[in-house]
Ligand binder design. Structure first.
Ligand code: PMT
Length: 409
């Protein structure tokens, strides 16, 4: 809950500004008070009247308003809040924040504040991936600005990819995570989480891989960190951002992923959510394999990759107290997953259907079954972040430290 918390919401000019209206509702439902700064561009998408009606407070837009300055100077506005939230954060406002500009009320307030700032970017995918925006985001992250999203998906401009503003509920959760002192039932525990695909080189330009986006694994790493664990995330190549508040090690191949897991040293918890390629090229070519006229297609000899989950599950003094695997299946989901848990030697396995029609790979939601020695638990379809929070809660419970919500169930 956000009872008594004061949020200054800066609404910049993007089509996602309509979601900010819903965000205000969500925040007020949780007990927060919300005050808005609306940029000129933002006012092309939502009206001051709507914001005023939803916040039950006046809306600030004008940098040089004598009335505003006498009632609430812009410095006070920037400090009279527990958190500043920029939603939607356009490429323009991110650039102005990174450049330290103070050319309107929103930018000035952001420059003058001594409070934490959370931004929810929303823009066209090309703008988000443009080198200028990437550099601005990096600069802002280094300065301690928190980011939520953007999410992948179809955009108003008919393009697809990262750039959609996070959903109001997700932003409200992130705000709560920042403002409400977290319960830390996993404090003192060390965890490794694998996430994303691996890439196995065939030659310097070709590789074997799969469609894992890293969303599920990254969410689990964040959820464990949110409960206080010291987390190392070992990620294959993905386009999503490194989660804040934990260590991310980037790898390409399964061999590198295993080495990074072992390099993490003694750990209490391992969660293997990565979609590791089962095989790699037996003899990757050092130079690009040439296609010559009349040449028969080359054959590719494969050799097995190391099994990271099975390696971490091996009994011995180094074995983590809890090893959790995933089972990606397209048929006989639960039966195959039960068998996989036994073969790999892990404690729990999270079974998920990865048939293309279900859309688990790369999608936002997951329907899983948690399989342990004590049986099979069927979970409802949940957002990947919710699957992650539930799993992290179960892990805390396993260590005898239930988060409050879990204990109340
Ligand atoms: O990344 P997303 O787009 O969010 O999608 C999430 C996911 C579908 C990738 C994830 O939820 C998932 O199911 N991950 C496991 C994918 C997989 O490789 O499953 P598997 O059934 O082939 O492997 C079983 C287990 O062994 C997994 O824990 C896997 O990480 C591990 N494994 C497999 C092979 C190998 N060489 N080393 C391993 O550690």
């Amino acid at each position: 809950m956000l009872k008594g918390k004061r949020i200054l919401l800066i609404v910049a000019g993007g089509i996602a500004a309509f979601k900010s209206l819903e965000l205000i509702r969500r925040l007020r439902e949780r007990g927060a008070s919300v005050r808005c700064v609306l940029t000129d561009a933002g006012a092309k998408f939502v009206t001051p009247l709507s914001l005023q009606a939803l916040t039950e407070d006046r809306v600030y837009s004008d940098m040089f308003s004598l009335t505003d300055e006498s009632e609430m100077g812009h410095i006070q506005l920037s400090r009279d809040a527990d958190l500043l939230v920029v939603a939607p954060a356009t490429a323009n406002i991110l650039a102005r924040m990174a450049g330290g500009l103070a050319d309107d009320l929103a930018a000035t307030v952001l420059l003058a504040t001594d409070k934490p700032v959370l931004v929810a970017p929303a823009m066209n995918v090309r703008m988000w991936t443009h080198a200028a925006t990437v550099a601005n985001v990096e600069t802002l992250k280094q300065r301690g600005i928190r980011f939520i999203g953007p999410n992948d998906g179809a955009m108003a401009c008919n393009e697809f990819g990262p750039g959609r503003m996070s959903e109001p509920e997700e932003i409200a959760d992130a705000i709560e995570g920042l403002l409400v002192p977290a319960e830390r039932p996993l404090a003192g525990k060390r965890a490794v989480v694998t996430s994303g695909p691996t890439r196995e080189a065939i030659d310097p330009v070709r590789y074997i891989s799969n469609h894992s986006s890293g969303k599920q694994g990254h969410a689990i790493a964040s959820a464990l960190a949110a409960l206080g664990a010291d987390v190392t995330l070992v990620s294959g190549p993905v386009v999503i951002a490194d989660p804040p508040g934990l260590r991310t090690v980037h790898v390409d191949s399964a061999d590198q992923m295993l080495a990074a897991c072992l390099a993490a040293g003694r750990i209490d918890i391992a969660v293997c959510a990565a979609a590791v390629a089962d095989w790699k090229a037996a003899r990757p070519s050092g130079s690009k394999i040439k296609k010559k006229a009349g040449m028969a297609p080359p054959s590719l000899e494969l050799t097995p990759n190391p099994d990271i989950l099975a390696t971490l599950s091996k009994p011995g003094p180094q074995r983590p107290a809890l090893v959790v695997g995933f089972a990606a299946e397209t048929e006989n989901l639960v039966a195959n997953a039960i068998d996989k848990r036994r073969r790999k030697g892990c404690d729990w396995i999270v079974a998920n259907d990865v048939s293309p029609a279900v859309g688990t790979f790369g999608g936002e939601r997951n329907t899983v079954h948690l399989i342990s020695a004590s049986g099979v638990e069927d979970w409802p379809t949940l957002a990947k972040g919710e699957v992650a929070m539930r799993l992290a809660g179960r892990i805390a419970l396993h260590f005898g430290q239930p988060p409050k919500a879990e204990a109340a169930e």
